[in-house]
Structures are given as C-alpha cells and as structure tokens.
Design a binder for this molecule. Structure first.
Ligand code: SF4
Ligand code: SF4
Ligand code: SF4
Ligand code: FES
Length: 765
C-alpha cells in the first residue's frame, strides 16, 4: 500500500492507483472532463491538474500514478488559475449556443464555466460553422461543440470494440469522425453519446423535445431483452421523453443497447389503444374495461361449465413481471382449475453464470449464437473480458460477429458443419480424441472457463451439458431472450412445472390441444402467437375456439384473432420485478400512468368475478411467491441471484440436428440487436433503421443470384415461397442465409424447422 497526503488528509491506496484514486479515497473533489472510470486515462483536458510537493510541473490527477509519501495540493490559487485557463481555451472555438443546445443543464463544460466564474471571452477566435451531421440515425453530431476529450473514441474502442469513430487530422483541424468520412454505420448503442460531456453528440430521438430540468427520473430495469440493464426513465406529465443510464447503478455499468436507449417512443405510440375491444358480428368495438372483464368472466364460466376446466388454456408472455406471471399461472391452475399453462419459454436450460463470471473469465467459448445481437450487454462483457483480461475467446457460428476482432479463433461455416465442429470439440474434450486437441486442452486447463450458448435449441443445450460434465469449474450461460424469459419459467408458466420447477400434472400440449379441438378457450397474457414458428399453422384454429382473450400493450396480430382485446401497461407503467439471464431478480418501477390496467389488474378482476380473490398489491403477491417458490423464499426482489436446482433437463441427450428440407442454401435464425419480436417493432425510430425482416446473404451468393442490396429474393422451402428484402453482408458464410425469427413474416418459414435448406430466386419488389 502507498501512503500519501491530499490537502492535508493522509490516505492509503493500492500500488498502481492514480492521484485521482487517492483524492477519491480522501473524499476530495477534483474537476474532471476527459476522465471516465471505465476507460483508460487519457489526460486531454488538463482541468484535473494538481500540485505535487517537490515537483516543478503541475500533474494531471487522472493519469499520474500515486507514489508513496506524495504530498498533493488540489485547491491552490495557482491551480484555480490554470484550470480556469484550460477551460477558457476549450471555449475559444466552442459556440456559446447553450440556450439551443440539448446538453444545456447537464453539460460538464457549462458546469465548469460556472464553477470557475468565467463570464467573458479573453481569447478571440473565429467561430466554426460546420454543418451538423445526421448520418447516424440516432445520434446528432455537432463537431463545433466538441472539446476533443476523446471519451467517445475510447468507449467505442475499449468497451464496444467497434472503433467506428476516431480522431482525424492534426492540430487545430482535429475532429472526431469516421474513416474517410463515411456515413456513420455502427451498432447504434449510443455509448459514445452517453459519455460526451458536451452537446457534440446528441440523442436524436429526444432532440429538442424537452429540457433536462423538467424531467423526473425513475430508475427501473429494461423491459426488452434478458440482459436486465438498469435504465433511468426520464419523464414528464406521463410521457417518456428519454431512457438514459447511470454508470453507478445496475449490472450494466451504464451501458445500454440501441433498443434499450432509443426504442422508448413505442411507449408514447399513438397506435396504442386506450380502451378494450370486444368482437361482435360487425367486428371490434370499443368497450369499457369493466364490460370487457364481465364479458370475459362470463365466457370463462360458461365454457368451464360446459366443457370442464381442461378446455381452457392460459398462455403467458415474458413481458409479464414475476408477480404477474405467478398470478397468471395461479389464475389458470387455482381459479379456473386447468393444467393447461403455457409459454414459449424453456425449463430445459437454467442460468448459472453472472456478468462477473464472464468479465473475470480466462476462457470463453461461444457456441452457435451471436450474443452481441441477442444479448448486447452480455456481448459487451464478453468483449471486455477478451480484450482486457485478456480471456481466450473461441466462437463457433455461421457468420462473423462483432466478437471476431477479439477472438482467438472464430470457426465459421454452414450451420450443419458448425454443429459437426462443435461436436468434434466437445468429443475431444470428453475423450481426448478429435481435431480440437489444443482448444480442448486450453479449455480444460482454464481456471474460470465460461460457455455461452443458445438455450432454445436442444442440440445446443446438449453441447453445453456435455461440456459441463467434462470441464472442471465450467460456468454455463444460456442466452435467455426476452426481459423475463427466465422469470416466467421460475414462476411456473411452463406446462407441467409449478413455481420453483415443482412438478405439476402436465396439461395437453398446446399444439395437440388445438389440433384435437380439446381447447375451447384461450386466455393469452401478452403473447403474440402469430410470431411463433411453432404455431404459425395453428393461428387459423383460433377461429374454432369459443373464446379467446388477449392482453397486449399493442393491438397485435393475435389480438386481431381474439374475441376480447385488453390494452395493458408496458414496463414503464407498472411495478414489479424481472429475472434476467443470470437469474438475477431486479425491480421495475412505474414511471408514467397511461390509465391502462396491468396484467395483474386483469387477473385480479377476472378472479374476483370467478369468485376467487387473488392478492393485488405487490408485497402480498411477493409473500405468496416466497411461500410457494422455494427458490425465491429468502430474496427481497432487489438484485439477488437465484441458485437453480438443476442446469439442464434430464432428457437432453443425443439430440439430432434438424434439417427438415432440401435446397441449395442453409437458412439459419438471426437475432437482431434492434428488435426483439413484435414489441420493439412499434418503435418508429428502431423501425426506421430496420423496418422489415431482411435476408442476410454473402456478397458472392448475392452476385450469383443477381440481386443487389435492397432488392428481393424469394425463399422456397417445400411448396412454400416467401419474399424478403436482401441485406448483403460479407460476414455471412457463403452458402448460408439468415432471417430473423420471432417475426410474423418469418414464422411460417421457421415453422418448417429451426435450420433449413432452402432455394433462393430473385423476386420483384
Ligand atoms: S453508437 Fe456505439 S458503436 Fe456507434 S460510434 Fe457510438 S459507441 Fe461506437
Ligand atoms: S464528441 Fe464529445 S465525447 Fe467525443 S471527443 Fe468530442 S466532446 Fe469528447
Ligand atoms: S441489452 Fe437488453 S436489457 Fe440492456 S438495454 Fe439493451 S434491450 Fe435493454
Ligand atoms: S480529467 Fe484529467 S486530463 Fe482531463
């Protein structure tokens, strides 16, 4: 340990600490501009200068290593003068347009100017008048306001690892830009914008819509994917104006993805209905909430009396909170009395690893998925570990992903070959025999190995299970998909499993029940069955049902098939909790009121009509969960990680890779960073960038098929043909094409199989 004195306060810090670390330890504030705790020190702005006894020069606190017995002064008159000059120099070319700058009120330069009492301009300079750049769909770039702190460049390099932007030119001509001034194509994560201390990088979705001092901030958990990022919902008068981050809160260190940061306009969408709708002979008509509840309850009672409780099924979506999901299965099992509780989530693979395990790992294996698209913040953790630990990273996939730059080996081939290669690796690990001896040896010798896999394909689960059985200390991380994919399974919303994975009598499978007309009614909480490949062929059979009720924040394709549609609150409009891909239970808090019920309200009101009261307030529901779900018995729903009773279902073994069709090209399911199923497609901003399901294809294949970017290809599988816009991507393996799954437009294709061989032909738009 080093002992030093800061402004007369003695502190002890670890070897390798900076003067800034020591000042923090002493509780002394030093002004900062270019420093960020997650980035390497840079020393660009000089506002953190300090005096060190015995040193003729002033030192930058953020970059200077602390040394034993240093005596440091941070608040002398000389320092105030020099820091003030450093800020005045930054202001020479900085336009004084604070009244119309979106950063006004939360700008570090503005705060420092005020703090140092700068009220006139000592230096003359021609103001720049560079046009504002709008080539990034989410981020406005005004280079005249840039103070060249380098935070944006460093975060895009050190954290996102994309290096989309860099310093260009030299001296007074230095700017931040893209290579060769190309349009700004990147991951659109907005990390650069979030660290920009001035109004040089601005949020285009929020631009000129409000001022920060008008906004109230509610901390919550993102409701899009299962990463479980802490978000700050900034709102006024029941409208969400911005989603921002807090680097000090949550597991995401203040990092967000494009969906979480820029998709928020969907909450304010005018397409959302304000009243329930009941279908009559001439179509849907708006009704009062109580009428829709009475109507639904009467139907449920009647169908139950006529056909028995097993004629009714309940489907639960991962958009529901843990509390709502628990109530939904209770409503099905105890209030209606049916065993038919369904969701599209899996209990075959449960979480084991945390972000900390990934970040501290020395060996990461990513099997057959693009974690940077499906679970962006987990993807960032992998990149950080590979870049900074550095962990060995090996990836097997049919497309080069953003992990390629930091991977030791990236095995890319068609999906069938990828499965064979993974099988080869796993067999080599198991028996020592195979073609991956070096990789298998490294994996076996690693101290903190991690495998990241897709839990929605049984073959992938099988690989993870076999590796877990053969590699000491291996931590398995299933890439669960949606915000509460894990939580609804934990809450017993899987056929045959009660809360806490307690066995329950299994209901008829949803497919069998629909095909054999055993089901007469479906109560659908938040799920959009039209996007589900498994049931694409069965949505027509909904018409045969006596009653379908659908709740959803949007009037979805499934809602169109219903008899009763109930618009409900989104995650910004309710309280509760989600369980993320680590098995971490985190709270969500209501930020805005839209006058819409939650799914918990609907369940409570329907239950009351069916003469059985279920609790309505969160605390009572949580008490029930604690009693009935052993896994949650001692948690306080505020960030603890669940310890699961098993990692893999027992019956996962020797799964076959499905390839149901024949054709020239392999077709594989793609995850998208900008969308997760039907929900985010209601965001006008995300949809501007990715508006429809596109077919990703290698340039050579596109050339052979005579198609250009933006033209259309027909996918032929068996007797079915569907056309998709072409997205040419050199990272895709030649001979393989990708389509997003969980899309209404692609569900029919993937209904034929998760992996297919298809034919492609050019098609008119
Ligand atoms: S949005 Fe993300 S990927 Fe794009 S330049 Fe900024 S930090 Fe880099
Ligand atoms: S754009 Fe912002 S973050 Fe980037 S160098 Fe300029 S001031 Fe710093
Ligand atoms: S990574 Fe997932 S949880 Fe995090 S901001 Fe993006 S969508 Fe939300
Ligand atoms: S904060 Fe230390 S030089 Fe900028």
């Amino acid at each position: 340990m080093l002992t030093l004195t800061i402004d007369g306060i003695e502190v002890k810090v670890k070897e390798g600490s900076t003067i800034l670390d020591a000042a923090k330890e002493a509780g002394v504030d030093i002004p900062l501009l270019c420093h960020h705790k997650m980035l390497h020190p840079f020393g660009a702005c000089r506002v953190c200068l300090v005096e060190v006894e015995g040193s003729p020069k002033l030192m930058t606190a953020c970059t200077t290593p602390a040394a034993d017995k240093m005596n440091i002064f941070t608040q002398t008159e000389k320092l105030q003068r020099v820091r003030k000059t450093a800020i005045e120099l930054l202001l020479i070319n900085h336009p004084l347009d604070c009244p119309v700058c979106d950063k006004g009120g939360e700008c570090t330069l503005q705060d420092l100017t005020f703090e140092f009492g700068i009220n006139d301009e000592r230096f003359d300079a021609e103001p720049n008048d560079t046009p504002v750049d709008h080539s990034n769909p989410f981020i406005e770039r005004d280079i005249d306001r840039c103070v060249l702190c380098g935070k944006c460049v460093r975060i895009c390099d050190e954290v996102v690892n994309i290096q989309a932007i860099s310093f260009q030119n030299r001296g007074t001509d230095t700017i931040i830009g893209t290579s060769f001034d190309q349009p700004w194509h990147c991951e659109y994560c907005g990390q650069c914008m979030s660290v920009c201390p001035v109004g040089s990088l601005n949020n285009r979705v929020y631009l000129f819509k409000n001022r920060p001092w008008n906004l109230e901030s509610t901390y919550s958990t993102c409701g899009f994917c299962s990463c479980g990022c802490t978000v700050v919902v900034d709102h006024q008068d029941n409208e969400v104006f911005r989603i921002s981050e807090d680097p000090e809160a949550g597991i995401n260190h203040g990092f967000l993805c494009a969906k979480g940061r820029f998709g928020f306009e969907l909450f304010n969408s005018t397409k959302r209905k304000s009243k329930p709708m009941i279908k009559g002979k001439s179509g849907f008509s708006e009704k009062e909430y109580t009428d829709a509840i009475d109507f639904s309850a009467d139907k449920i009672v009647k169908i139950k009396e006529e056909h028995g409780p097993e004629s009714i099924g309940v489907i639960v979506s991962p958009r529901l909170t843990n509390e709502e999901a628990f109530l939904a299965q209770k409503f099905g099992r105890d209030v209606i009395g049916t065993k038919n509780i369904y969701s599209f989530e899996t209990a075959d693979a449960l979480p084991e690893g945390t972000y900390e395990d990934v970040e501290n790992s020395d060996y990461i294996l990513v099997l057959n998925n693009d974690v940077t698209e499906s679970n962006p913040i987990l993807g960032l953790a992998v990149r950080r570990a590979a870049r900074h630990n550095p962990a060995k990273l090996n990836v097997f996939y049919s497309k080069y992903t953003a992990l390629r730059r930091v991977s030791s080996e990236f095995i890319k081939d068609n999906p069938k070959k990828i499965y064979e290669e993974i099988d080869d690796l796993v067999s080599t690990v198991e028996s020592g025999k195979g073609n991956y001896k070096a990789m298998a040896e490294e994996l076996s010798k690693a101290e903190k190995p991690v495998v990241i896999y897709d839990p929605y394909a049984r073959k992938d689960i099988e690989f993870a299970k076999r590796l877990k059985n053969s590699v000491n200390n291996l931590i398995t991380v299933p890439c669960k998909w949606k915000n509460n994919s894990q939580g609804i399974a934990d809450m017993g919303c899987v056929n045959g499993l009660k809360p806490g994975y307690k066995e329950a009598e299994k209901g008829e499978g949803l497919r069998e029940a629909l095909e054999t007309d055993k089901l007469k009614a479906l109560i659908v909480f938040g799920e959009n069955l039209a996007t589900k490949a498994e049931f694409k062929d069965l949505t027509g059979s909904f018409k045969k049902l006596d009653f379908v009720m659908v709740s959803d924040p949007f009037f979805s394709e499934s809602a169109e098939l219903a008899d009763v549609y109930l618009p409900v609150a989104t995650f910004t409009e309710k309280d509760g909790s989600f369980t993320n891909l680590e098995g971490r239970v985190q709270q969500i808090f209501k930020a805005v009121e839209k006058g819409l019920p939650t799914d918990a309200d609907i369940i409570g009101d329907l239950s009351a009509k069916l003469s059985k009261e279920l609790p309505r307030d969160i605390e009572s529901v949580r008490d029930m969960i604690k009693k009935e779900n052993k896994l949650y018995s001692s948690i306080n729903f505020d960030g603890e990680v669940i310890s699961y009773p098993y990692l893999f279902a027992e019956d996962i073994k020797d799964e076959k890779m499905e390839l149901a069709s024949t054709g020239k090209y392999y077709l594989a399911p793609a995850s998208l960073r900008l969308h997760s199923g039907s929900y985010t497609r209601h965001s006008p901003d995300l949809s501007k960038v990715y508006s429809e399901a596109m077919l990703e294809i290698n340039p050579e294949d596109a050339k052979a098929l005579n198609v250009e970017e933006g033209e259309y290809l027909a996918v032929k599988v068996g007797d079915m043909t569907r056309k998709y816009k072409v997205n040419i991507d050199k990272h895709v393996d030649k001979g393989t094409v990708f389509l997003p799954n969980d899309y209404n437009e692609t569900a029919a294709v993937f209904h034929k199989g998760r992996y297919l061989k298809v034919d492609l032909v050019k098609h008119e738009a």
